[in-house]
Design a protein around this ligand. Structure first.
Ligand SMILES: C[S@@+](CC[C@H](N)C(=O)[O-])C[C@H]1O[C@@H](n2cnc3c(N)ncnc32)[C@H](O)[C@@H]1O
Length: 302
């Protein structure tokens, strides 16, 4: 038996491997958390957004705390932080790391499924970083949607402030090289947004396909059909998916603190040659939290 499944009907060892709680995204291996800790853009943006949002009287709740780093950032200003994590290996690690970090004692690490958990009192700020490009794999949108419904039923308004506050998702037509030392393998590729991508030719500007604010009703359906304008000729064989989160809106300073997930490039089902100024209609269907394979962009012929 594993604590991940404590209190629930126990699957056999065979079915455990295919249990949805163990799919990549729901379960993120411990070593992978160190890539996230080493991701300067992610860490810097969250640290700044938390420092700009959290005040000394605040109670902060983090959903999906991992190694506890965002709770640690919060503890530098907050009165109290509750860090909820489901994976027992990470719960242990977070407790260990927090015990040797400044103000770590202000963080209470709770082992629980955040889909069930409610804090014992109203909270001022909720942090949730279950963000994956395209809102695929991880359950960020479902988590906030579920939390809001349960929180309102228990405590009523006002809702806490959310970090992130909002998200924007865009698609960009690209010509992608899937040639790896002469071996052609069209498949999904991740890209660092801050690094030049020699395998990618941008054929047109990104177009928004899905967006939302966490304080509003959250749309889980990310399906889209729309037109992309080609800025140059090329072999249109893939879509680049761009997901940007607004971590904090600083109204007085008239700016936002943003973070962009790694880009995802997915091959088109039927590539096509395109000309400058050509309008190409593309469509795909998926729900937030679906596996990457659910995103299969297709050309829609007139
Ligand atoms: C992308 S990681 C982020 C970890 C940490 N917040 C950070 O920024 O480094 C998402 C975390 O959410 C946890 N998680 C996923 N689903 C969860 C659930 N239903 N309940 C509690 N934690 C969950 C995962 O185990 C993982 O540690």
């Amino acid at each position: 038996m594993n604590d991940l499944t404590a209190g629930k009907p126990q699957p056999s060892e065979q079915t455990l491997l295919t249990h949805p709680d163990f799919e990549l995204g729901q379960y993120i291996p411990f070593v992978y958390h160190f890539h996230m800790l080493a991701d300067e853009a992610r860490m810097g943006a969250f640290q700044k957004a938390i420092a700009a949002t959290v005040r000394s009287h605040h109670v902060v709740l983090e959903l999906g705390g991992g190694t506890g780093v965002l709770s640690y950032f919060s503890a530098q200003s907050a009165a109290r932080v509750i860090c909820v994590e489901r994976n027992p290996e990470l719960v242990q690690a977070a407790r260990r790391f927090l015990s040797v970090n400044t103000n770590g004692a202000r963080v209470q690490v709770v082992q629980a499924d955040a889909f069930d958990y409610l804090p014992p009192c109203p909270v001022d700020v909720v942090i949730c970083e279950m963000l994956h490009v395209g809102m695929l794999r991880e359950k960020q949108l479902q988590m906030i949607q579920s939390f809001k419904a349960r929180y309102l039923a228990q405590f009523g308004l006002p809702l806490p402030r959310f970090i992130p506050e909002a998200y924007f998702q865009a698609v960009q037509p690209v010509q992608q090289s899937f040639d790896f030392h002469g071996y052609v393998a069209p498949g999904p590729c991740f890209q660092d947004p801050a690094t030049p991508q020699p395998r990618t030719r941008e054929l047109g500007a990104p177009v928004l396909y899905h967006a939302g604010s966490y304080e509003d009703v959250i749309a889980l359906d990310c399906s889209w059909t729309g037109q992309l304008v080609m800025a140059q000729a090329g072999h249109f064989n893939a879509l680049r998916i761009i997901t940007k989160s607004v971590l904090a809106v600083l109204v007085q300073e008239q700016r936002t603190i943003d973070w962009t997930n790694q880009y995802l490039v997915v091959p088109l089902v039927q590539p096509t040659e395109v000309a400058p100024n050509e309008l190409v209609t593309v469509g795909f269907r998926y729900q937030a939290g679906d596996p990457i394979a659910a995103l299969q962009p297709r050309l829609i012929r007139p």
